[in-house]
Design a protein around this ligand. Structure first.
Ligand code: CP3
Length: 359
């Protein structure tokens, strides 16, 4: 399948990812397929999280739910950043109330037990899901599902550092102290883990593009925990390698990077990694950041998910201020982090109307 169409696309999100400033900006929301949707919660009772990710019928349906309901400009694959370590053989469970639980990687022996040769076969159902989604979104049956003008299909992975956080810690954390200690105490071992993730992430993203993803996003949710020297080593350098490897095979594919909580390091990240769009977290002021980033670079973001939870006039005011701050620049309207599970559906409906229809 050729996904690298050089013909100009009419899809608004894809145009913005290619550097065009559109008004109003195209929009989608991180974690738009999630527990805040009643139809998602209904599917949740039928299968556990990994089964949902690995069953193309279910993952396709879950990806499309927010597209049907809100007509988002982007459909993000229903999957998870922890699928890659799981595909290499690391044990993974999602425990209600706790989150992910993995068999922690703490030694060279643990690292050597990971088998990148398993990835292609283990992730085949994910790639099948992308192929089906692309056929649906671009096909004659898209009426009633996709947005007029087209829905862009997004693939994703975690970035090496963020995935390493979960792999080493063995669970979620606010600090990932064990992981950061390993990076300082056993730099050679940690470098090997990052190198393994860099290589497998690039290959997996290429496979996603070949299966039908039109753009990809790298989630680096915990990059902001690192001091500048380590940020350069474990975030900027691996991200640059991934971008180069993906673009060597797919020169036209657009890549969104999300170095969450990176603070002022976002400027260096934007200059040096080669990503096309930088996703801003909630704390980044779009006007200030805009002056720090190359003019041609797109931005994504960055409404506070809590503003959407709260809804009403405060949400609308914040949303319109962000929309205005992005005027004249390639801007993808989104949140600064994922939709919160308790968010009322009507607040998201109101947000979509506000961003699209306010003159
Ligand atoms: O809608 C989408 O955005 C697409 C799917 C998606 C999921 N996870 C589904 C998911 C995406 C893009 C992710 C990324 C992800 N996963 C990140 C990066 C973004 C971020 O939030 O910082 C991270 C750190 C993870 C790891 C992860 N997955 C955690 C910590 C958890 C548990 C916390 C939680 O919200 O339950 C998950 C589980 C997960 N991933 C769920 C979903 C819909 C919830 C599973 C359920 O139904 O119980």
């Amino acid at each position: 399948m050729t996904t690298q169409a050089s013909i100009p696309s009419a899809k608004r999100l894809l145009r913005t990812l290619n550097g065009e400033a559109l008004w109003p900006p195209p929009m989608w929301l991180m974690r738009q397929a999630g527990r805040f949707l009643p139809e998602f919660r209904a599917m949740r009772e039928k299968a556990d999280f990994l089964t949902r990710c690995m069953t193309p019928d279910i993952a396709t349906e879950l990806t499309l739910q927010p597209i049907r309901r809100f007509g988002m400009d982007g459909a993000i694959l229903f999957s998870d950043i922890l699928i890659l370590p799981w595909a290499m053989g690391q044990s993974l469970r999602f425990v209600a109330g706790t989150g992910p639980v993995l068999g922690a990687i703490r030694s060279e022996q643990d690292l050597l037990a990971l088998d990148p040769a398993r990835i292609a076969e283990a992730t085949a159902p994910v790639l099948e899901t992308l192929t089906r989604l692309r056929a649906i979104l671009d096909g004659p049956d898209a009426v009633g599902v996709a947005k007029p003008g087209g829905t862009t299909l997004l693939g994703f992975t975690g970035s090496p550092f963020t995935v390493a956080c979960y792999m080493v810690e063995g669970k979620g954390s606010r600090e990932f102290a064990i992981t950061r200690e390993m990076a300082f105490r056993e730099p050679a071992l940690f470098d090997r883990l990052i190198a393994l993730l860099t290589e497998t992430t690039a290959a997996y993203l290429c496979a996603q593009v070949e299966a039908g993803a039109e753009a990809v996003m790298l989630f680096d949710s915990w990059s902001g925990l690192l001091p500048p020297s380590e940020f350069r080593r474990h975030v900027i350098a691996p991200t640059r390698q991934i971008v180069q490897a993906v673009k060597a095979r797919h020169p036209h594919v657009r890549i969104v990077g999300f170095p969450r909580l990176a603070g002022v390091m976002i400027a260096e990240y934007a200059r040096e990694t080669g990503v096309d769009v930088v996703a801003l977290d909630t704390g980044a002021d779009m006007r200030t950041v805009s002056t720090l980033l190359p003019e041609t670079l797109g931005v994504q973001g960055n409404l506070d998910p809590v503003a959407v939870l709260a809804g009403g006039e405060a949400m609308r005011r914040e949303a319109l201020a962000i929309r205005e701050a992005g005027r004249g620049r390639a801007h993808v309207f989104n949140l600064g982090h994922g939709v919160l599970p308790e968010t009322p559906v009507e607040h998201v409906e109101d947000l979509v109307r506000t961003v699209r229809e306010t003159p």
